[in-house]
Design a protein around this ligand. Sequence first.
Ligand code: CA
Ligand code: CA
Length: 473
Amino acid sequence: MNRIAMTRPGLVFGLALIVGVVTAVITPSTPATGASSIPPTIAATLYASGLSEPVDIANSGVTGDIRLFVVEKQGRIKVVDDGGMVRTIPFLDITDRVVAGSPPVETGLLGLVFHPDYETNGFFYVNYTAPSPLRSRISRFTVTGDPNVADPNSEKIILEQLQPESNHNGGDLAFGPDGLLYIPLGDGGGAGDPNNYAQDLTTLLGKIVRIDVDAGSGISPDCDNLGTGSYNVPPDNPLVDGSFGACDEIWAIGFRNPWRFSFDRATGDMFIGDVGQNRWEEIDFQPAFSTGGENYGWRCYEGNHPYNTTACQSMGAYVSPVTEYGRDGGHCSVIGGYVYRGAMYPAMVGYYLYADFCSSNFWTLTWDGANWVNTSIGTLGLSSPSSFGENIDGEMFVASLNGSVYALSVPGETPTPTPTHTSTPTLTPTHTPTHTPTSTPAHTPTSTPSPTPSETPDPDTFYEYLPLVANEP
Ligand SMILES: [Ca+2]
Ligand SMILES: [Ca+2]
């Protein structure tokens, strides 16, 4: 089967490019170690509280820096010190430029990641909703001489994507093992991807984008449709064809709202939680050896079920989720997590943990050498999980939108002695000159009429999207 098996009628070039691409067998590149098919008992313990709508958790990536950085949806990042103390003064406050109102409600400051060389350059990246016109903006900021305070005036816009609706923005950010920045973007919103953006190779909506934020060789921005792009396109992205045709930034396609994703820090495998429409929530998987180009199926398929198969191929032509669950039991929106690779709880090593926002149910998922084994492990006593995160040592945390962060553990398992942490390192960022695009992107993606759906998409419901708050009709 072709990994990108579906394209727009007008995109002959893109189709030709991808014909013959062989699909990788979707199994882990390195089977999870230490994980049996029977997961341990896992508990959540209150770690930090007093936060406002936390939606992401990050660490600086600097050895010995045990701090957590918690993203508050309204536009602040808070520092949580070892032991769970939340610093009063925000690390960053950009509430002056974030659209986070209620409604619109899936908007806000949604994601944070630190540059792999943060210790030397002081750079970190955020994903937030900006206004006029509504857009997803990925920007770089720089820490000050105080390691607990960043400079709100240091913003450098990296990439912007217009948002036709306020919902389905994705919002997460992560650097891959290759040092490149991966950005999952939702299908642009509305119910049922009315413009079929997730299967349209001429837009970044409904895709995972892969870009190089460091100066150097590469290709100029292609589909940065506001012309503000400051990045290079890696030459080995799967659809690179220059400033026409397919968007060179695309890494994988066919997503609805990939709200949270992560790389397994041990294997480099990617796990993506793609929020479903009305019926099916799914976890998608990409092995570390992937060279990109997977088509994960939306809007043709919702999980392993047909959704709107107009102009689509059979389900086997798309990459199916490694697990899915239905909306029964009060479930509504999948919250993708991480594979635990910490040192404190060996029994938890190798399990991918994820949850559902409405039911607060948690699951473990692992590869036992022959099959994906998915196990429901209950609610763990917390509500409204919005995001998972790791500290520098790989210990795992989960945020509740209600304002708290919980630490995950295996009760009764004697914690392995924790690494000695140094005091918060004083970073001396090297303020290297920002690189400018080699050319001003003049390309505007050509709008091609969407195929007329043969069936009317299901009417939206309150629970068809990540309901941070409801606003969609
Ligand atoms: Ca192109
Ligand atoms: Ca899918």
